[in-house]
Write a protein that binds this ligand. Sequence first.
Ligand code: ADP
Ligand code: MG
Length: 705
Amino acid sequence: MSEYYNVKDIFGENVFNDAVMQERLPKKVYKKMREIIENGAELDPATADVVAHEMKEWAIEKGATHFTHWFQPLTGVTAEKHDSFITAPMSNGKVLMSFSGKELIKGEPDASSFPSGGLRATFEARGYTAWDCTSPAFVRQDAAGATLCIPTAFCSYTGEALDQKTPLMRSMEAVNEQSLRLLRLFGNTTSKHVTPSVGPEQEYFIVDREKYLQRKDLIFTGRTLFGAMPPKGQEMDDHYFGAIRERIAAYMRDVNKELWKLGVSAKTQHNEVAPAQHELAPIYAECNIAVDHNHLIMETLKKVAGRHGLQCLLHEKPFAGVNGSGKHNNWSLTTDDGINLLDPGVTPHQNVQFLLVLVCILKAVDEHADLLRASAADVGNDHRLGANEAPPAILSVFLGEQLGDVVSQLIRTGIATRSIKGEMLETGVKTLPDFRKDATDRNRTSPFAFTGNKFEFRMAGSQASVAPSNVVLNTIVAEAFCEACDVLEKAEDFNEAVHDLIKQYAVDHQRIIFNGDGYSDEWVEEAKRRGLPNIKSMVDAIPAYTTEKSVSAFEKFNVFTKTELESRAEIEYETYAKTINIEAKAMIDIAGKQIIPAVIKYTTSLAGSINSVKAACDAADISVQSELLTEVSSLLSQAKAALKELVRVEAEGSAMEEGREQAVYYHDVVKAVMDDLRAPVDKLEMMVDKDMWPMPSYGDLIFEV
Ligand code: ADP
Ligand code: MG
């Protein structure tokens, strides 16, 4: 066993956090930085220079040779460009290590190399990264050496957001401002700041790297494009929370250590529902930090896997027929003095402020269900949403027994007079403690569930950034708070007005509440009757970004301009078409170069064996071999025909102009032909000699890690 350590000793050791700043920065500079972080004061060049110098000295002590502005362009992954600290050699041939305030604050990556959805056609190619000093810098140590990473936002020359972080921070400001208005109405004069708290739970698969390298589909697309189901799937439910195997445990241990050093509070780990599937959850943090940390978690999961001869698959659906992976976005609103606006207290029916917050959220989710759905749209997630494993593509809110009952009372009579209490849980065993159950129960099938003192948005995909979902949540809740405050600030009798408003919102938006089984067919019917949108695919979800009501909400709170929204929609269509195009081309490659030749080899050997058996004994029964040969040959010609068709439609799709029409074509036409090719190939896999099949099977991949 490798070394043991005390978590306290290593936690945050590679982070330029508050403690480090306090220790290293001159008192005045430290105070200035606190003011900037807490109250958004302006950062002056002199302060920036001092901070940059100390940051560099600290990073060099950790072995850093380079620094990078670490940002989140709209490519789905983070980006970085490394610069070393060295300056031009001096006359004596030696170099100095330097890092200026300017270099800390501002970077200039070439914006034209990143997706901009048309923004770059109209504006200059120049782009800037700007330091987000509320998310601490860190030193990352890996094969590339040690690098000082500075979390930044990425904008165009004219200030349009080209990344995930800029709108996220704008939306945090919006919800902060509106939440404070709401708190003031209830007499709170002390809280200075309200921040969304976010805890994203990350699901992932782990497979053996040797086997992974034999699967071109996994390499090129992150998911298997072919593959017959193994004899055993997840039906025994024996993987969920099962004992973690040594090899995986050693990997998780390493992942945790890396994350802790980076100040990421990795907390919970367990096996998930599908074989080879796992989950990692950190303790929640401020929204922008949580999003940064989630990127670090994804990067670390992938990086550390390599060291253990493993491969981490973050795709939403690496294997058809077994559960895919998502990311549960736990979300609440917290004040700087520790009040959680989503904490109902023991008697929620008496907690008027909480009830107002709750019905505002119901209103926001009901009015912008399509937008929230769109925020979770990514190509891989199309395989999950609405596919009986993840929440359906229909947005609804689960409140649980206690809150559901309080809201029903409000809807019926306008006043809530009681709160159901959690009952005692009696196990019937004397030596086990009896305890009071939570009054808020759980519903794993709901896409937006109240879980005690937070909402859990469960639609997000495993490989996508959770920034878009939080941008939408923050903005639509800010809008609902704003509308409520507009009414209440003018009210003559506040108590009466707030009471009326709570009732009105509860009545008007009750259709969004659903406590039943979200995976059932009845719900799909019921939701239709209620008029709730059921948006099944990414291409159908994207238009939600640019509807009049979305544009108005985003513009009102300066989160996105209409142009930025249109550019984002454009990028999503392009991403969709490109992703399916790569999948189609990978299928063509694998079917043409690996599968069909293998099947031909097999039929040749089968035919050869028929002939040699016949030659040896004319009367021998060769009916089994002949039948097999006929079946395999028929599937082979089906596969060949589908392959030919796929080549044709792929060429047609690639020739189209980028945009919605092309994305729709890939969704409606190309995907269907991909399915036509996969079907005979998966049947062939079950018939062809395993030694001749050109790649590891599902069974090999998910059961033999
Ligand atoms: P659950 O069983 O409800 O999923 P956990 O305690 O495992 O609950 O929490 C899941 C995630 O939710 C964790 O990342 C946790 O830190 C986060 N979380 C807990 N409380 C809050 C909160 N008030 N706001 C946001 N996230 C929270
Ligand atoms: Mg959870």
